[in-house]
Design a protein around this ligand. Structure first.
Ligand SMILES: [Zn+2]
Length: 467
């Protein structure tokens, strides 16, 4: 007798954060991803609610990739008794080390500050997790190569397949050995695309019985123009007026691509050589991981073995916060890439506080801005907004604010449909997660129109049974 499988979304059901999907089969429990809820305070509060099942009863965790909204809850899971193995790729482990340690450090620092200043009486000043929790949970990671089926239990195997979103990112495929034939559930995690100058795109999947598909850009298309041209025009304009360009971006993700593209623009003479700062305490480590993971780099890029052909001439990595503060005081023209990407905290806020009031300067958004974040607010209201609240102070907005969506590390809905088009069988069930309800609905409609397949939006804690 084969086992049935039950699937339940514990996060990323009607939004893009907190990815956690519970699979129960043959009396065992598995989690696919274990992410933090991010964004406004009421969403972040979900991280402090009791976990819906006893973490100690979870047998293993499978990770699609190392972004915080997919791995950030792991130290909390450890804190509550989870001790099982965490399966992922080598690249995901390398990035998760950087991301979880940085996040734990920030948690402790923020809690310390809240306690000392006493400014937080309604919020819980305890850190969500500590450096010790992060270190301990990292010891449970079991990195595995892609493409190979790995036996998890007598009736369940696991496989990772490249998804082209960030270094190490992969689809998670689970194969359930059934009486008649085996059945496969595929989790897309975050789906990448084939437009990156430095990262390989996603592999195709030919067979899957059930598909859990992300829908971040389920209702949107990325622009068609060449990213170098769009970025080149924007940067030239700001540099010509001696401006400072602030690009909010997470150190792990598309920062490396931005650095590479700026270098390309310089080498081809589109923009003059100006100081380019990558300002994040973990950017040096993230760069090292990027250069070490050749399996994810595209053959199209020409930088192999020659870092000089990758970086802009006046490129500098900023690690210390003192150096970062100095950079906020320097005259333009210059380019600063700094986290957090959605302005939810971090050094980028210091740069914006200083640069927003000057009309020569420019802010370029390059990634998805989740609803309720400061980034989304500034992006949606650019042109009409007069001030932005930063560190409890209204900051005047005179700088030019624009979005270059070409650099998103997610596939748009056309690219999602193309990827789905390689599946040769008709999946018995398609569940859409990791998108807002509007995007989920739009993608379900497009999938039905194109393939005649029905797709269902994930909903909170509802259960689906298979096989
Ligand atoms: Zn991601």
């Amino acid at each position: 007798m084969g086992h049935r499988a039950t699937l339940q979304f514990l996060g990323a059901y009607a939004g893009v954060t907190g990815s956690k999907t519970l699979i129960t089969t043959g009396g065992r429990k598995y989690l696919v991803d274990c992410g933090l809820f991010q964004g406004p305070a009421e969403v972040r509060q979900l991280n402090r609610e009791p976990f819906p099942i006893e973490p100690v009863t979870i047998d293993a965790v499978f990770l699609t990739h190392a972004h915080l909204d997919h791995v950030g809850y792991l130290p909390c899971l450890y804190r509550q008794g989870f001790r099982g193995p965490i399966y992922c790729t080598e690249g995901t482990l390398a990035l998760a080390e950087i991301i979880l340690m940085d996040s734990a450090y920030l948690e402790e620092e923020t809690a310390d500050f809240a306690k000392k200043s006493g400014y937080s009486h309604h919020q819980n000043p305890e850190p969500l997790f500590t450096i010790r929790d992060a270190e301990a949970v990292l010891k449970l990671f079991r990195p595995k190569p892609r493409e190979e089926w790995l036996a998890i239990s007598p009736k369940l195997s696991l496989r990772f397949v490249r998804s082209g979103h960030i270094i190490g990112s992969s689809f998670v495929q689970l194969m359930f050995d059934q009486e008649q034939k085996s059945q496969v559930i595929t989790f897309s995690g975050d789906l990448g695309h084939h437009r990156s100058a430095i990262l390989k795109g996603p592999e195709i999947i030919r067979q899957t019985d059930v598909l859990v598909m992300e829908s971040t850009y389920g209702d949107r298309l990325h622009p068609q123009q060449d990213v170098l041209q769009v970025l080149g025009q924007a940067l030239s304009r700001a540099i010509a007026r001696q401006g400072v360009v602030v690009i909010p971006a997470f150190a792990v993700g598309r920062s490396q691509e931005l650095v590479y593209l700026i270098g390309q623009l310089e080498r081809s003479g589109v923009i003059p050589s100006v100081p380019v700062f990558l300002d994040s305490p973990m950017s040096q480590k993230a760069l090292a991981v990027f250069f070490a993971r050749e399996e994810d780099q595209t053959v199209r890029s020409s930088f192999r073995g020659d870092p000089d052909s990758f970086f802009p001439q006046k490129f500098e990595v900023i690690e210390s916060s003192d150096h970062s503060m100095m950079a906020t005081m320097m005259d333009g023209p210059s380019i600063v890439i700094s986290a957090s990407g959605m302005l939810s905290g971090g050094r980028v806020l210091h740069h914006l506080k200083r640069r927003l009031p000057d009309e020569r300067n420019m802010v370029i958004f390059t990634g998805y801005q989740a609803e309720g974040t400061k980034g989304r607010f500034l992006q949606d209201n650019s042109g009409t907004l007069k001030t932005l609240r930063i560190h409890h102070q209204e900051t005047e907005i005179a700088a030019e604010v624009l979005t270059v969506e070409h650099l998103s590390s997610h596939a748009d809905y056309q690219e999602i449909l193309e990827w789905l088009g390689a599946i040769e069988n008709k999946p018995t069930q398609i569940l859409l997660n990791h998108g807002n309800p509007v995007a989920q609905k739009a993608l379900a409609l497009s999938i039905h129109e194109k393939f005649g397949w029905s797709a269902t939006a994930a909903s909170e804690r509802q259960s689906w049974e298979f096989f």
